[in-house]
Design a binder for this molecule. Structure first.
Ligand code: NAP
Length: 282
């Protein structure tokens, strides 16, 4: 139902923004729920985030998702920060009131875990020791999710080992070990879960060149990349008989709390939703 002020307004801020799948996703859920609501792609230049957020709040927006390159800048632009967003060091969801109050949250952490739980429900049985490849913003959200989910050992591997060490130092957890990507063959045999959180393997990018032969049977391989849905890494894992999870699930699941905050209704990151996203991402 529209509010007395008209349909609820929300959107996604990024620069550029044309590639974002969020507008189509939220519009699919609005239509499926029979709700009247608006979701706009909002191109906001770097350096203009806070002005844009304050203006959107005053214009009656209930909130926005935040994407590249604003996720870190949003930390400083909001009035109130959810503790999880502070820990991850990134905001991907801002809720707002008409008097201009901005609250920053992070739903990438929960989105990653919800997609892992739903696509590979037994991962906890094999994933007590996990390998995470990457040390950028996405890797940081995944690391927090896995630590909070109770993994006993987390090996963070990055092309630049210094960046893996910095991430480990920032998260300050004795369960973390950090090293260069070249050490993958030494640690692969003891990990039940491998998460790939770099752009490697995306359309137009070279694939990640690692050998999965040593990974134990029953291991789960999760690739955050969703364009293409099946990366070369996932194809290799599938050929080895390992369980695979693609990045579309995280994209769908991180949007569920956003939809609730924007429109006051529940959305489901179900098979029909993933089909819609797969069609858009291909
Ligand atoms: P980012 O900050 O640009 O990622 C940088 C990280 O990737 C660094 O650790 C970098 O290593 C590493 N890297 C880049 N190219 C590499 C290559 N060819 N080989 C090995 N390592 C490489 O990006 P991000 O924001 O963290 O996102 C990472 C990926 O996750 C992107 O593909 C993004 O689309 C995806 N993602 C998906 C979702 C989802 O919902 N499914 C959500 C967020 C992100 P160095 O430090 O050595 O440079």
């Amino acid at each position: 139902m529209p509010t007395p002020e008209g349909p609820r307004l929300a959107g996604v801020v990024g620069w550029p923004i044309g590639h974002s799948l969020s507008p189509a996703l939220h519009r699919f859920w609005l239509e499926r729920a029979g709700l009247e609501g608006v979701f706009l792609p909002l191109a906001v230049m770097p350096g203009k985030l806070e002005n844009a957020l304050r203006g959107l709040a005053c214009a009656g927006f209930s909130g926005v998702n935040v994407t590249v390159p604003h996720k870190q800048a949003a930390l400083a632009a909001v009035d109130e920060l959810d503790p999880l967003a502070a820990r991850v060091g990134a905001v991907n969801l801002v809720t707002m009131t008409r008097d201009g109050h901005l609250r920053g949250a992070n739903s990438d952490v929960g989105g990653f875990l919800a997609s892992l739980d739903s696509s590979a429900p037994d991962w906890r049985k094999v994933g007590e020791s996990a390998i995470l490849i990457g040390a950028g913003g996405a890797a940081r959200a995944v690391a927090v999710a896995l630590l909070d989910a109770g993994v006993r050992h987390l090996v963070i591997l990055n092309r630049d080992p210094g960046r893996a060490a910095s991430l480990a130092a920032a998260l300050d957890d004795p369960r973390i070990e950090a090293a260069g990507l070249g050490t993958f063959p030494d640690v692969a045999a003891s990990a039940g879960l491998l998460v790939q959180a770099t752009p490697a393997g995306m359309a137009g990018q070279p694939p990640l060149d690692i050998d999965l032969a040593a990974m134990p049977a029953g291991a789960v391989v999760y690739d955050l990349v969703y364009r293409p849905r099946e990366t070369a890494l996932l194809a290799k894992a599938r050929a080895r008989g390992l369980a695979t999870v693609d990045g579309l699930g995280m994209l769908a699941h991180q949007a569920v709390p956003a939809f609730r905050a924007f429109y006051g209704a529940e959305a489901r990151a179900d098979a029909a939703t993933l089909d819609v996203l797969a069609g858009l991402a291909s």
